[in-house]
Design a protein around this ligand. Structure first.
Ligand SMILES: Nc1ncnc2c1ncn2[C@@H]1O[C@H](COP(=O)(O)OP(=O)(O)OP(=O)(O)O)[C@@H](O)[C@H]1O
Length: 308
């Protein structure tokens, strides 16, 4: 699959502070890449480096195959972005803002303004000016401006930060629609892990300027799948009992540990049957990690504090 973006050993120093350290990251067409990291981890610095708002100290960024100069700037036109907070003209309404930005961006498609307004759901906001918009409306306005020139790649810096739960769902659905119907590739940063979980196909976990883990949603689901943890003295006998109960989806992990992935039989029923069949049971608990727990565990493993 086509590589849209490649960061190769990107480092960034602000004065004496090293903010990014050897960041490697690859995004392929059609992916929704979720960049997770707590405040100050370096997310915005990565995104700003991609769109050339800042220059990395060392390393190479390749965007649609271009690495530098005018070819890179040319490829940047295939991206749309909202970095930090959405920017639009305070005194203009939604439609006026889009007309203004379509002129700035040299958008030639005459229908682009109305189509984009409708797409983000700002086609009925009438005369209301950008300065009077709610945060959710402002984010939609930012998205609309980013979408005007029909980008292939969308870069979003914490776009759901501060939105209420309904606005979060609406915004997420817009992004999923762009990804699914237009195969738009998306790079989205957030510390709202739960939200990225419903959106991203792959996650990069950034801590202190380093990507400490990359994991696809599928890998995460396999690793974090909920299961019942059974510790027993006799796994052979225990698995026979499980089969009698209709449990077939389990894994014998070692000579005393079984993971049951079928969760429709109550722990109490399993425990009763095992005991009736003289299996000694020392543990029966439900286990599994959500993305937030996974993230915290990773940070604990790297010996860092976590504030998410
Ligand atoms: N222009 C700058 N000059 C000096 N230091 C900077 C500059 N921009 C960012 N930093 C520092 O770089 C570090 C990373 O900041 P960055 O904004 O990339 O983090 P972030 O992960 O996006 O955090 P947040 O979630 O709070 O937005 C911070 O310590 C910040 O103070």
């Amino acid at each position: 699959m086509e590589t849209i973006l490649k960061l190769d050993r990107i480092s960034k120093k602000f004065g004496r502070q090293t903010v990014l350290k050897d960041v490697n990251l690859t995004i392929r067409r059609g992916e929704i890449y979720g960049l997770i990291g707590r405040n100050g981890a370096g997310k915005t610095t990565i995104l700003k480096s991609i769109i050339k708002l800042i220059q990395p100290t060392t390393g190479t960024i390749t965007l649609f195959g271009a690495t530098k100069g005018t070819t890179y700037i040319h490829q940047l036109r295939r991206t749309g972005s909202i970095i930090e907070s959405p920017v639009a003209v305070d005194q203009l309404n939604a439609r006026q803002n889009l007309i203004y930005y379509s002129k700035i961006h040299g958008v030639v498609d005459k229908n682009a303004v109305d189509e984009t307004l409708k797409f983000v759901g700002l086609d009925t906001t009438g005369k209301k000016k950008f300065k009077d918009f709610s945060l959710g409306m402002k984010q939609k306005m930012g998205l609309a401006i980013a979408l005007l020139n029909k980008p292939d790649f969308l870069i979003l810096d914490e776009p759901i930060n501060g939105l209420d739960p309904i606005a979060i769902v609406e915004f997420r659905e817009l992004l999923l629609k762009l990804n699914q119907t237009q195969q738009m590739t998306i790079l989205i940063s957030s510390h709202i892990l739960e939200e990225l979980y419903h959106l991203a196909t792959r996650f990069g976990i950034l801590n202190n300027g380093m990507i400490i883990k990359e994991i696809t949603k599928q890998e995460f689901e396999e690793q974090s799948r909920e299961f019942i943890k059974l510790e027993v003295d006799n796994p052979d006998l225990a698995t026979n009992v499980l089969r009698q109960l209709g449990c077939t989806d389990f894994k014998v992990v070692n000579d005393h540990l079984i993971h049951i992935y079928q969760l429709d039989v109550a722990n109490a029923v399993i425990a009763e049957h095992l005991i009736n069949h003289h299996v000694q049971l020392s543990t029966i608990t439900r286990e599994g990690l959500n993305l937030e727990q996974y993230f915290k565990q990773l940070l604990d493993e790297t010996g860092d504090e976590h504030h998410v």
